[in-house]
Design a protein around this ligand. Structure first.
Ligand code: CMC
Length: 436
């Protein structure tokens, strides 16, 4: 039989048949609209809450094979990048598409370094938050506020201009995060140190004591750098989708990154690392693990740090982090929560509930234990996710802006409300139970 790159759909309501040509091997949803019973009706739509199994773009940045537990950035396996690269080298790869040469890397590092500092008024803005403000709220607000300092960022169709904003954002997000951290501790702003690499400089801005020099521990700095590499991109997740959705209206990248960070902050996404720590604390000891798992299986809450929309196998990032934990604990001392986490993983991976649903530890399961051992409060964990993910958001946004097939995001809905009804004047209304 001759192979045709199309589907034939038979509408059993009318007996009509439609031949729909595939796009890159997939069904183009707009074509479904021609399938209708009455020529006057709108036509058929695809229905997918949470965009399950719907591709919203073509992308050459990140590849995930969720069944085999594979993650590549620009074709390079995540394990090799984590082993051999610095975070800024990987950032260059994600943004530009190729690994940098030595010269290109030096120029790239310098261009980031030149942009570390933030405007004085951004520092003032951070200074206005309550002492107990959640760090993600501060980060989101301050990144959005950067938009007011760089009005030229609105020229999003200009590739050179986009690169200027990309470098600024990659450089300034850690500075904002570090100052928000200092602010919460009532400590003064620490100026960036140009002699340090990206991650070391971040640690310096966080932890430099007043009137004394600070040298980040090389093992911890490398561990944070690797964690940043692992979190840098993950194709079309909730926050990246938000970045593209906001970006599709040609909003500037500062407000788009702020929106993406807001999406990241939820406990089902980047907020999961914080939720994992709280869960491990609540469990309290290895002995309580079976009872906790029983509760989850009975529908009381979820095992945080477990499960993934795409991975139906061990998350390769979780495997790298788990191995790295030992190196970190040699410096910091062992985090006692690790024993609870290991026991949780051991029992869950043998349990029929988790096995049949293919629920494995994800990136957030072990990262928080390392962050806590390094000295971060759990409320900061999602900020540590947002810093490297800013690179992924920007790479995806840059790709989107250059993609002629992209359009403003505008899903449809299946309307389930009333049909047209007559307006009821106030004096004739009767209180009704709320319907939504
Ligand atoms: N604990 C217990 N049961 C779970 C869990 C979990 N963590 N995750 C999924 N399930 C069950 C769920 O109850 C459902 O069972 P049933 O079929 O009996 O109704 C089944 O597994 C499928 O779950 P789903 O909610 O339809 O899956 P999803 O793809 O919509 O959700 C997820 C993916 C990541 C939101 C979910 O697994 C989850 O809530 N995990 C915990 C939060 C978490 O760790 N999030 C971090 C994700 S990785 C980092 C990132 O991208 O941000």
């Amino acid at each position: 039989m001759e192979r045709k790159d199309s589907f034939t759909i038979i509408d059993n309501r009318t007996g009509k048949s439609y031949e729909i040509p595939l796009v890159s091997g997939h069904l183009p949803a707009p074509e479904l609209r021609q399938i209708k019973v009455d020529p006057e009706e709108y036509g058929t739509m695809a229905y997918a809450p949470g965009f399950m199994n719907v591709a919203s773009c073509k992308s050459a940045i990140t590849y995930i094979d969720g069944d085999r537990g594979i993650l590549w950035y620009r074709g390079y396996p995540i394990e090799e990048l984590a082993e051999n690269c610095t975070f800024l080298e990987v950032a260059y790869l994600l943004i530009h598409g190729e690994l940098p040469t030595q010269d290109q890397l030096q120029q790239w590092e310098q261009s980031i370094l030149d942009n570390y500092d933030v405007p004085e008024d951004i520092k003032n803005l951070i200074g206005t938050f309550r002492h107990d403000a959640h760090p993600m709220g501060m980060l989101i607000s301050a990144v959005a506020a950067l938009s007011t300092f760089y009005p030229e960022a609105k020229r999003v169709r200009d590739p050179e201009n986009r690169m200027v904003q990309i470098r600024r954002l990659i450089a300034k997000v850690p500075t904002i995060a570090a100052y928000a951290y200092r602010r919460a501790m009532s400590l003064p702003y620490v100026y960036p140190d140009a002699s340090l690499n990206y991650t070391e400089n971040f640690m310096h801005m966080l932890w430099k004591p007043p009137h004394r020099a600070y040298k980040p521990h090389p093992v911890l700095a490398r561990a944070l750098d690797v964690l940043f590499i692992l979190h840098a991109d993950h194709e079309q997740n909730c926050s990246t989708h938000t970045m593209r959705s906001v970006g599709s209206s040609e909003a500037d990248p500062y407000v788009a990154v702020a929106a993406a960070a807001a999406a990241l902050s939820g406990p089902l996404h980047g907020g999961a690392n914080e939720a994992v720590l709280r869960m491990l604390k609540e469990i309290g000891s290895k002995e309580n693990v079976p009872a906790y798992i029983k509760k989850v299986k009975e529908g009381h809450g979820r095992l945080m740090g477990f499960g993934h929309r795409v991975y139906k196998n061990y998350d390769p990032r979780a495997r790298i982090i788990k191995r790295m934990a030992d190196q970190v604990f040699e410096v910091t001392g062992r985090n006692p929560l690790l024993d609870i986490a290991l026991e949780l993983e051991r029992i869950a991976l043998e349990d029929e509930y988790f096995v049949t649903r293919k629920l494995y530890p994800n990136v957030d399961f072990y990262s928080g234990i390392i962050y806590q051992a390094m000295g971060f409060d759990p409320s900061w964990f999602t900020v540590l996710f947002a810093i490297p993910r800013t690179v992924g958001w920007l790479a995806q946004w840059n790709e989107q802006m250059a993609d002629p097939e992209q359009k403003i995001a505008r899903p449809r809905q299946i309307y389930t409300g009333y049909q047209k009804r007559s307006f009821v004047p106030m004096d004739q209304r009767v209180a009704q139970a709320a319907t939504a």
